[in-house]
Design a protein around this ligand. Structure first.
Ligand code: CP
Ligand code: NVA
Length: 318
């Protein structure tokens, strides 16, 4: 069984950005998780190593956030640096200044950029035109930092990075990144979503490629019961993501068989854990009995955003 706290890297960490998990090797993801666990342990012991002393992180948000904003800001402070919160309403990006110019200007002033926005290509363009690390804090396509925290939480509760996760619901940004994260690490992953709401085809292809190397088994199904069968962890997310609110009622009609409730979780292993990236809509994608029940680890998962992202920032911006 792998002991992540004392994990010895196999190669030097070569990544410049955190745009998508598919860029990362198995070893690099384990390096992130290992440092995250170390930083978590140190923080609990009252230690705040100044790995980013004097560094500045610019945080661009064109969508709302609680966890991502607070965890990045708290995280960079704990590592000795500072953060700037840049709402797209308040910076010139929101008035049409090109991403390429924004990237070059910020690169002359700060040491890293975290961005939450709609288009994945905007995040990639920031990295392309800038000269400092760029971290994806969620796009319509992906949410890699979330999945690092999820994998860390899975490891803490299960004691290993083996077994099966089931994702039930919308094949969205979280489902996409979860597929890749599990496939990279060799975890089995079953995704159950309504027809027409499948994970992104290109991301799925990248996950399958990773799974061919790691031995992970990927199943995409329209049957929630099949996905949940024998799962060590069951994960869900909202049925309408940010930006889809106006079509939510129409969309919800397709999701009635995809609620995570006690009828579904009875199919999971007895000691299954329940994961949700939050924010949650109780009574929609998950019942109160499950999300507020004994199997739920949602607040450990939310806390791990802090530790996982501190590790990402330390590895990229140091
Ligand atoms: N899970 C997550 O990213 O939460 P926020 O939208 O609050 O940042
Ligand atoms: N899928 C959700 C995740 C929120 C953290 C969204 O994009 O709104």
């Amino acid at each position: 069984m792998i002991d992540l706290l004392s994990y010895q890297p196999k190669q030097e960490f070569a990544q410049k950005h955190m745009l998508r998990l598919s860029d990362y090797t198995h070893d690099e993801i384990l390096q992130v998780l290992s440092l995250a666990l170390k930083l978590k342990k140190q923080l609990k012991e009252g230690l705040r190593p100044p790995l980013l002393a004097g560094k500045i992180l610019a945080m661009i948000f064109t969508k709302s956030s609680t966890r991502t904003r607070v965890s990045f800001e708290a995280g960079v402070y704990q590592l000795g640096g500072t953060a700037q919160f840049l709402s797209s309403n308040d910076i010139q990006l929101g008035r049409g200044e090109p991403i390429s110019d924004t990237a070059q200007v910020l690169s002359r002033m700060v040491d890293g950029i975290m961005i939450r926005t709609f288009k994945q290509s905007d995040v990639e363009d920031l990295a392309k035109y800038g000269s400092i690390p760029v971290i994806n804090g969620l796009t319509d396509l992906l949410h890699p930092c979330q999945i690092l925290a999820d994998l860390m939480t899975y490891y803490e509760h299960k004691g290993s990075l083996t077994g099966k996760l089931a994702f039930i619901g919308d094949g969205n940004n979280v489902a996409n990144s979860l597929l890749v994260g599990c496939a990279k690490l060799g975890l089995d992953i079953s995704v159950a979503c309504p027809e027409g709401f499948d994970p992104d085809a290109d991301v799925l292809a990248a996950a399958k490629q990773a799974a061919a190397q790691s031995g992970s088994k990927i199943v995409i199904t329209h049957d929630a019961n099949e996905a949940a069968e024998g799962a060590d962890a069951v994960y869900t997310d909202v049925w309408a993501s940010m930006g889809q609110e106006s079509d939510a009622q129409d969309k919800y009609k397709h999701f009635t068989d995809y609620q995570v409730n006690e009828k579904l979780t009875v199919r999971c292993k007895e000691d299954y854990i329940f994961l949700h990236c939050l924010p949650a809509h109780r009574g929609e994608e998950v019942t109160e009995t499950v999300i507020d029940g004994p199997h739920s680890v949602i607040f450990d998962e939310a806390e791990n955003r802090l530790h996982a992202q501190k590790a990402v920032m330390a590895l990229l911006m140091r």
